[in-house]
Design a protein around this ligand. Sequence first.
Ligand SMILES: O=C(CN1CCCCC1)Nc1ccc2c(c1)OCO2
Length: 325
Amino acid sequence: QSGEVAANPEQYDESYLCPVQVGQTTLNLDFDTGSADLWVFSTLTPKSESTGHSLYNPSTGTKKSGYTWDISYGDGSGASGTVYADKVVVGGVTATSQAVEAATSVSSQFEQDTDNDGLLGLAFSSINTVEPQAQKTFFDSVKGSLAKPLFTADLKKGAAGTYDFGYIDSSKYTGSISYVNVNTANGFWEFTASGYAVGSGSVSGSVGDAIADTGTTLMYLPTTVVQAYYNKVDSADYDSNQGGYTYDCSENLPNFLISLGGKTFTVSGTDINFAPVDSSGETCFGGIQENTGIGMSILGDIFLKSVFVVFDQTQSTPRLGFAAQ
Ligand SMILES: O=C(CN1CCCCC1)Nc1ccc2c(c1)OCO2
């Protein structure tokens, strides 16, 4: 089988939500290549936490007795609950007995984002949080039945993009796809990014160890790289109250160039201009921030909306393919 699903941006492209049939209900889920749990708001979630969300009703599923899950994300958000097996359909691709993690508790960030009805993890199943037995991601559940064991991400700035499962749609990118090998030891789509440049010119240095993470809004890079970037933005400075680099919204940001698999990709300065820090619209928060404390760089949506990405398990070593879109 193969299929295509829309990826609809929230305000400021904070995250992208995709319609997914879970049991007999369609939910809008955040496809997250940085985690491996498929969890949903449910009729088991306290009403005080689930108002405004679409809810999965586990009555259509088969309860996995004694199974629980509990996930915490890098931004401090999290959720936990119990586990059911049920039908999950994404863009016409069907997992007939997918582990569906029903939330019995969610953190305030999820409670407040009423567009988001849960997450569909697309990292490696080795980091799934279900106890006493880790469960397969949706991709792992359907991989064997896909025309090709791969999926692609084509996210866009302020417009609906797509995730495709089982095929590469050559109309969604330009030029050739350049591939890098993935290290799955940490359960992420992790690879080594090469040189970078600020503004224009030839790339140099090295961004290094990085993950492709559709569930993270921004780009988190080494301090040296981030300082080199904001040195080219006159009004920029690190604002500890905001927890990152801010600048005058009126200032034009330089492009950021990064070399992956021997090909240089350009993230436009307009894409790096993330959002105002408050309703006055005077000061803006940058889409490139420091990776301090994370342990690797994260190429999140700010980067991914500039490229077409292939998450490829056609070979014994998984690969990431990047092309300009
Ligand atoms: O937490 C996430 C992504 N997460 C995906 C699931 C929804 C909530 C956001 N990313 C992240 C990962 C590491 C970080 C970070 C953010 O901020 C600083 O370090």
